[in-house]
Design a protein around this ligand. Structure first.
Ligand code: ADP
Length: 437
């Protein structure tokens, strides 16, 4: 399921970014190509201005001059006397005369249909016949059947009552080639960028999904562990209920006691699981108020002292000599943490051992310490005892311990923005320290 989601997210992430990138590339290409055409057109117009000026100053148009002009740009020149072509270019690259003629005719037709009327009715009437002068018109020319576009200019020359027309064509094949190369470069860059983006999206979405996968794995492990823990008391209850049917009165009492005991265990396990589930759903309210931690510690001592004595353990409490300031915390939750720690200490300390509860106030921090002379915790277990349902191997037989106590304690402390740590007690045993701000 997550693999499918991972691929879907990768495709979506890469697709959207690639689409944005491609649209931006296309915009850039459009602007750049338009700029290239505009520049070329402006340079063509400039050249035609220069050519027209030099034509005005020449008495004879020589082949050498034409050849020189042609070599300046990618130009082809055609000269027409009173509309009749008499001089074809030599350098324009049109090998076939008929093809050249057809091209010229098309160009003149375009010029006539679009511009000549205008010229005759405006500038031509006022200027022509009076001065040795020229008029020229530039226009984009896209001949039918040609491989590429042209810029064309028709220069009208009036000289001593005779009129000359010069048609200049600028083939845009080199510009189109340049644009073609630019497009290929962009396609290659875009493909490479899309590939890199896809790889990046794959790793990025993978990392994004990691906590969700982890969470799901934890949930599955939690359900498996919870079912396992519930199965044992449940099967004891069921078999005790079966035995109850055929048992006589005193025996039945015993079975009913077992059912009650296991039922109580199941209820406490379910309560623990609900507490953790509420905490996961941010439904674990903390009601902070001013709490005297020394009083809280004394209350815990009084609550557990009889149980400690029953297990032949000595429970002591040590409080600071100076008055401890009040702490802002949820007293019921902090009591729950202390109960979990003291209960564990009693459970994992052999008879004759000592358990000490102490309170320290240092650098604006409260330290609640529960130390015992018990079995201690191996270093490899220390990292895991706050995990849900984790129990160190040697404490597995302890009945009523499901491995949820410390998880609940650490959740409560976390919600108080505090820390809970465990360390070895010199001489054996463990020290649990809860630090609250
Ligand atoms: P449990 O209900 O099993 O005690 P906890 O979450 O409270 O679950 O504790 C997890 C494990 O940490 C215990 O199973 C035990 O192995 C270890 N542990 C906790 N407190 C102590 C202690 N005071 N001394 C030794 N081991 C402890």
């Amino acid at each position: 399921m997550f693999q499918k989601l991972h691929l879907y997210l990768t495709a979506m992430c890469a697709g959207i970014t690639a689409a944005i990138m491609i649209v931006m590339s296309l915009c850039y290409l459009y602007i750049s190509e338009k700029g290239l055409y505009d520049n070329q057109y402006a340079s063509f117009q400039n050249d035609i201005n220069t050519i027209a000026t030099s034509l005005e100053q020449q008495s004879v148009i020589s082949m050498e001059w034409l050849a020189k002009m042609e070599s300046r740009g990618n130009y082809s020149f055609f000269v027409l006397d009173n509309g009749i072509p008499f001089l074809y270019n030599r350098l324009g690259g049109f090998s076939e005369r008929s093809a050249t003629k057809a091209l010229l005719d098309q160009c003149l037709n375009t010029y006539k249909s679009s511009f000549e009327y205008e010229m005759i009715n405006t500038d031509k009437e006022s200027n022509f016949g009076l001065y040795n002068t020229s008029l020229h018109t530039e226009f984009p020319f896209n001949p039918t059947g040609a491989k590429h576009e042209f810029y064309a200019s028709v220069i009208e020359l009036n000289r001593n009552d005779s009129s000359l027309q010069m048609v200049v064509l600028c083939a845009l094949d080199f510009l189109e080639e340049q644009i073609h190369r630019q497009r290929i470069r962009f396609v290659v860059i875009d493909i490479a960028a899309v590939l890199i983006l896809t790889l990046f999206s794959f790793f990025f979405t993978g990392r994004l999904l990691q906590p969700i996968i982890e969470n799901r794995r934890n949930q599955t492990a939690f359900i498996a562990a919870a079912s396992h823990e519930l199965r044992t008391p449940l099967s004891v209850i069921l078999s005790a209920a079966d035995c109850c049917r055929n048992a006589d009165a005193p025996e039945r009492e015993g079975f009913l006691d077992t059912i009650r005991q296991e039922g109580t265990l199941m209820s406490s396990l379910i309560n623990d699981m609900l507490t953790l589930s509420n905490s996961d759903n941010h439904n674990f309210p903390i009601r902070p108020r001013d709490v005297e931690l020394d009083t809280l510690l004394m209350n815990t001592y009084e609550a557990f002292e009889p149980l400690a004595r029953k297990h032949s353990l000595t429970l002591r409490v040590t409080l600071p000599d100076d008055t401890v300031p009040v702490c802002t915390a949820d007293d019921e939750r902090i009591s729950q943490v202390l109960s979990i720690l003291v209960h564990n200490a009693i459970s994992y300390t052999p008879a004759g051992g000592k358990i000490e509860l102490s309170l320290l106030y240092k650098k604006n921090r409260f330290h609640l310490i529960v130390s015992d002379t018990g079995i201690g915790i191996a270093d490899e277990d220390k990292k895991r005892i706050f995990d849900r349902f984790y129990r160190a191997e040697k404490s597995r037989s302890t009945k009523g311990h499901f491995g949820l106590g410390l998880s609940i304690a650490s959740e409560i402390v976390r919600l108080h923005h505090g820390t809970i740590t465990v360390s070895d007690r010199p001489g054996g045993g463990s020290i649990f320290t809860v630090t609250l701000p």
